[in-house]
Write a protein of this length. Structure first.
Length: 49
């Protein structure tokens, strides 16, 4: 089994970084939307009728 070439390693690390960044963006977006949803519900529930 030959050692991987530096170009192959760089491509692998680049793909991994792109995947991690996309995952982080998805998680942060989900958390932000969930927080806004709960804040909207809380404000609506606390408003006097």
């Amino acid at each position: 089994m030959s050692a991987p070439r530096p170009e192959d390693m760089r491509a692998g690390f680049t793909g991994l970084m792109v995947a991690l960044v996309l995952l982080a963006v998805i998680v942060l977006t989900t958390v932000t939307m969930t927080n806004r949803h709960f804040e909207a519900e809380g404000a609506h529930a606390e408003s006097p009728k």
